[in-house]
Design a protein around this ligand. Structure first.
Ligand SMILES: Cc1cc2nc3c(=O)[nH]c(=O)nc-3n(C[C@H](O)[C@H](O)[C@H](O)COP(=O)(O)OP(=O)(O)OC[C@H]3O[C@@H](n4cnc5c(N)ncnc54)[C@H](O)[C@@H]3O)c2cc1C
Length: 415
């Protein structure tokens, strides 16, 4: 029996597993491979949804997506990889395991960067993981006991990139609901978005203008070209010496690839990602693949794929296909994803959809919000409890235009 181990059960890890199973079936080798996902818990956390007000739908139990396709799941933390002996070490609450592999996929994703700022680790909230997003929810529920304190209904969001903008715009209505529930006037709610650079610095002029219009209409205050010096329970001190009272500070300033990438004897990129070839195999290795936020790979001739779910899922499908092909000495498929778009939630203002690598505005306002809701609740959600549907969706496909993002099961109805 050939053992395929996948580290990480996010989008890249899940689709690597499904892609591997699908390819094994195609090659009539399904009885010769065992696919195992090792992840910290038994859920696929749809991270792009962690900013939402309702977290009840943002995790999918592996029972519903791995079990139907016969993939095993081990809950635990991978601490080490022994490339010579082809094993990974996994620690769980009760045990330490050494698992042998024939092929390995590193799909351990990324983690929020937390620079050495006093008070950041103790007092800043985040939406990086489901657990951290849940902690923020709990804190907001507990504000009722702190109603008399300065900054009770003020939130400072640090980082005005994609995640920070989604968090800040969502917090407007969310905090107003908290204030109303606590019997306070919702107009006291204040949301500040702080960045050491500009708002939406990764966007070009045209979409940035849309984002700034939305922020202004929602009453969000932007503080730019200033960094955060320290964070405490009751506020933030900025680099210009200003002290802002706020009981809620949410840190969203950038991510870096999983620390497991440092176990590889190769030079990583600025985000800590591993160099892989077009087949997603880590450069300098024979049997190890990487996908998603851990991999640095070209999406087309000039653009490196981004740390995004829209890149992680297709990469997983290619990685799973390729490692299984390689296992049985069959041809692999080069990964490619020439088309790129973004879909940004802007809270009650609506949303913004951009087209292409230069991010031209395609749609804004409530139409764009409708697209974002479809993306979050349908298009990124794998088929549940349905082996056949999961295996159909795990076919590697080239994304050359917008429609290519649509899962096959929505194409007939939508295209
Ligand atoms: C709030 C927010 C909004 C976002 N919005 C968007 C968006 O609109 N569009 C978009 O395309 N992308 C978005 N992203 C980015 C997107 O979520 C990530 O790029 C994507 O989740 C990466 O997928 P992945 O499978 O590589 O890693 P992850 O989703 O990070 O999954 C990694 C998995 O590995 C597990 N793991 C990590 N280390 C270990 C270990 N040592 N041992 C065992 N298991 C381990 C983790 O528990 C997790 O299950 C957003 C992210 C956030 C946080």
């Amino acid at each position: 029996m050939k053992k395929i181990i996948i580290i990480g059960g996010g989008f890249a890890g899940f689709w690597s597993a499904a892609g591997a199973v699908r390819r094994a079936i195609e090659l009539e080798k399904e009885n010769e491979v065992e696919v195992t996902v090792v992840s910290r818990d038994s859920f696929l956390n749809m991270r792009p949804r962690n900013y939402e007000s309702d977290l009840s739908q943002v995790r999918i139990p592996f029972e519903r997506i791995l079990k139907p396709i016969g993939v095993k799941n081990i809950e635990g933390n991978v601490d080490g990889i022994d490339f010579d002996n082809k094993t990974v070490t996994v620690s769980s609450s009760s045990d330490t395991l050494t698992l042998p592999y024939d092929k390995l996929v590193l799909a351990a994703g990324s983690i929020l960067q937390r620079p050495n700022i006093p008070g950041l680790n103790e007092h800043a909230f985040s939406v990086d993981t489901y657990q951290e997003a849940s902690k923020l929810h709990q804190h907001l529920d507990n504000l009722v006991s702190k109603r008399s304190l300065a900054g009770c209904y003020t939130t400072i969001v640090v980082g005005a990139g994609f995640t920070g903008i989604e968090v800040a715009t969502e917090m407007v209505s969310r905090l107003k609901r908290v204030a109303e529930k606590n019997g306070d006037d919702p107009s006291v709610v204040r949301i500040l978005l702080v960045d050491h650079s500009d708002i939406a610095a990764d966007f070009s002029e045209e979409p940035r203008a849309v984002i700034k219009e939305a922020l202004s209409d929602l009453g969000i205050e932007s503080i730019t070209k200033v960094s955060v010096q320290s964070i405490s329970e009751d506020g933030v001190v900025l680099s210009n010496g200003e002290k802002l009272a706020a009981l809620t500070t949410i840190w969203t300033a950038g991510v870096k690839a999983s620390p497991l990438t440092s176990h590889f004897p190769v030079e990583r990129d600025h985000f800590g990602r591993l160099p892989v070839d077009q087949f997603l195999r880590v450069i300098g290795t024979e049997d190890v693949y990487a996908a998603g936020d851990c991999a640095n790979v070209l999406a087309d001739e000039t653009h490196v794929a981004l740390m995004s779910c829209q890149h992680a899922s297709p990469q997983g499908k290619f990685a799973g296909y390729n490692l299984t092909s390689n296992l049985f000495e069959k041809d692999s498929l080069p990964y490619g994803q020439p088309y790129y778009c973004t879909c940004l939630d802007l809270g009650e203002w609506g949303g913004l959809v951009t087209d292409g690598w230069d991010k031209k505005v395609m749609m804004k306002g409530m139409d764009a919000k409708g697209v974002k809701i479809e993306v979050n609740t349908k298009f990124i959600v794998p088929p549940l409890d349905d082996k056949e549907e999961i295996l159909i969706e795990s076919q590697p496909n080239y994304i050359n235009k917008l429609e290519d993002f649509l899962p096959y099961r929505y194409r007939e109805a939508t295209v």
